[in-house]
Design a binder for this molecule. Structure first.
Ligand SMILES: [Zn+2]
Length: 199
């Protein structure tokens, strides 16, 4: 059994995986964290193996992000899933390198303050997300059905598109949002042209 390995210290006893709530302190704040270690039933040594060290480090980093006011791995993941993009697409949109999002989401790495601000902006304002998608030429890629996109072009306004049923609730949500963002742009540019005309 995996958790009944021989103790590497005494070589006689067997080790058991133990998960405890233990206090951790960072920048003056203390919180109980789920930390794990291995315990020998013979020599009573307790120590962390590779797997335990990794899990403990993740719990510590998640706590650090919380104290520093940065999005936690779980929050980054929720944001990414809300927009239905995978980790590779997230890295292409937001930067950070090809494995960045796997590391942020697992709390293996703390994202930079700049990355955190970008993600918060996108979390708060959906049209910011679609602006980025446009900017990096990923629009087609993020629309699952070509027919849906064609239909979108026929209806010019967000009101009509919202009523269109694509069969998938989430997809309809994304499509209608996209149109809202486009409509906003159109209005802004028309307005400024109008203003130029009349000045
Ligand atoms: Zn032992």
């Amino acid at each position: 059994m995996k958790n009944k390995e021989l103790c590497p210290i005494c070589g006689e006893g067997h080790v058991t995986h133990v998960l405890d709530q233990e206090p951790a302190t960072y920048k003056g704040q203390t919180k109980m964290l789920p930390l794990s270690h291995l315990q020998c039933d013979m020599c009573t040594s307790d120590f962390a193996g590779l797997e335990e060290s990794r899990a403990n480090k993740r719990a510590m980093l998640a706590f650090r992000k919380e104290v520093d006011g940065l999005l936690t791995g779980a929050e980054v993941k929720a944001l990414r899933e809300r927009y239905k993009i995978n980790q590779t697409q997230a890295a292409r949109l937001f930067g950070g390198g090809p494995v960045a999002f796997s590391k942020y989401e697992n709390d293996d790495v703390v994202q930079s303050e700049a990355m955190d601000k970008l993600l918060r902006l996108v979390r708060k304002n959906e049209s910011t997300f679609w602006d980025l998608v446009d900017e990096y030429g990923m629009t087609e890629e993020l629309f699952a059905k070509a027919e849906a996109v064609a239909e979108l072009k026929v209806f010019g306004t967000s009101t009509n598109v919202i009523r269109v049923n694509f069969g998938d609730k989430n997809e309809a949500f994304l499509l209608s949002s996209k149109v809202q963002s486009r409509t906003t742009h159109a209005v802004v540019s028309d307005d400024s042209q109008e203003q130029r005309k009349w000045k």
